[in-house]
Design a protein around this ligand. Sequence first.
Ligand SMILES: CCCCC/C=C\C/C=C\C/C=C/C(=O)SCCNC(=O)CCNC(=O)[C@H](O)C(C)(C)COP(=O)(O)OP(=O)(O)OC[C@H]1O[C@@H](n2cnc3c(N)ncnc32)[C@H](O)[C@@H]1OP(=O)(O)O
Length: 179
Amino acid sequence: MYARSGLLSQRSCSSHGRECATPVLAAQRRNNSTATKIAVEFDQSTGVAVMRLQGPPVNSLSLDFLTELCINVEKLEMDKNCRGLILTSSQPKVFSAGLDIMEIYGKSPERCGEFWRAVQEMWLKLYGSSMVTIAAINGSSPAGGCLMSMTCDYRIMADNPRYSIGLNETQLGIVAPFW
Ligand SMILES: CCCCC/C=C\C/C=C\C/C=C/C(=O)SCCNC(=O)CCNC(=O)[C@H](O)C(C)(C)COP(=O)(O)OP(=O)(O)OC[C@H]1O[C@@H](n2cnc3c(N)ncnc32)[C@H](O)[C@@H]1OP(=O)(O)O
């Protein structure tokens, strides 16, 4: 979902000194899901977009989720009026549970490869963004959730002792591939 006045076209642009994505984007080629796991509100007057993660129950990062996230970041990146992006969660108590472990468990090497490429695309898009990016961490954010927030320029976390954040994935025997 991309809520703003005037739909973004996928134009090439060079304003703001930004390298814009090509019209046909890797993430878009992959995206064949119609469900919306990301809601974006863009405030023209401030130039700041708020991206709400709304993948119940815990915003786990599935291939569909990552694809939708990348498409939305790309769209905002192409909008020269958008200067800032706030990433937050609509789910209670959880920012993101990290990678959707069901996407890795028992899957073929090809499928795992596709999934890890999507993970890489997500953090590269956020880390390389020319927008000012802020993770408003309003819940627990283990492993891939922590990675996602680390790729933002700033992180603010809700002060609640029940919320945890960190790179705990090795406890599951998961080692991120060499990038
Ligand atoms: C920049 C250079 C790169 C450097 C590399 C750096 C880092 C490495 C990068 C990536 C590696 C990342 C790996 C991962 O992310 S692996 C996943 C790790 N995540 C977890 O271990 C989270 C486990 N979950 C929890 O701790 C809790 O669920 C929670 C998030 C704290 C929420 O707790 P809550 O009590 O609110 O909910 P439930 O526990 O009852 O869960 C509800 C429901 O969701 C299912 N679920 C939870 N987490 C996941 C998940 N990660 N994937 C898929 N499903 C998940 C859970 O099973 C429940 O399902 P149910 O059907 O029982 O309702």
